[in-house]
Design a protein around this ligand. Sequence first.
Ligand code: FO1
Length: 309
Amino acid sequence: MKNYLLLCGGVGGAKLALGFSKILSDSNYTIAVNTGDDFKHFNLKICPDLDTVMYTLSNESDLSKGWGRANESWEMLSALKQLGGETWFQLGDKDLATHIIRTQLIANGSSLSEATQELTQRFGLKSNILPMTDDLVETYIQTQNRLLSFQEYFVKFQCEPSVTDFVFKGLDKAKFNPLIDLDAFDEIVICPSNPFVSISPIIQLDPLNQFLKSHPERVSVVSPIVNSKSLKGPTSKMMNELGMDTSVLTIANYYSEYARTLFIDSTDHQEESLIAGMGYKVSLANLVMNNLGSKINLAQSVIDYLEAK
Ligand code: FO1
């Protein structure tokens, strides 16, 4: 069995990562997760994508929302509202426990990687889930009127403002997580997460950036665009606002420096030959992951293709 590194954002990436975790043994895959969405709220360190991956793999995630914990209660948020506190960012009671423990671990000297490893163990996982970096990288969205922090854009303003650019503060000084030894992986899989805000901050980090550019034959992309639209989240809205077509061709162009294999949905088969003409190996699969079976099936299709490569 080959060794896999998954590059992962929140919901879509976590679904594929879950599929991988049901097929591979824990020592055969590592998940490097975007931390550009992280922020401090009430002085708590919140890591939405790390938590989405951790909750998804431990069967603790709220499947309808895609973020937060299953069977959540909201007593703290109601009390906060009654007292006139800020409630635009919804923290459930169980979810709050995660942020408190992480914040405490970090205050006591743990790195984000160490805090993540501790939390994943406490959630009963043996999967290797790590932040993309231990350095601070903060995603900002340049909108037509002003620069918004990622969570303001995503949650407070519900992705409403029109996007003109992305700013990743701290990225130039940040290093890809040194606990992830890139030479140890046969295959690097870019999960179906938002390319602009979830994957871009990961793949811009050195030494990963250099590694991907010099070994694109080891890199595959699972398209976040299915049937010419994004299944969830603002990917297609952002593409439109940036003047790009919402299509798998845009995905192929976006990753052309980094990857040589692209998994596209069967409904996008008409683009296959154009993408192949760009130098990609193209594999058709069912990319819609709306239940556990389809997550496992997609992971199995990706693994089968890459094992045979
Ligand atoms: N997303 C929302 O749309 N509204 C929320 O109130 C919200 C709260 C929240 C709390 C903890 C957490 O880990 C994630 C949360 N998210 C919420 C999701 C999160 O903002 C986004 O999913 C990601 O940052 C995008 O990948």
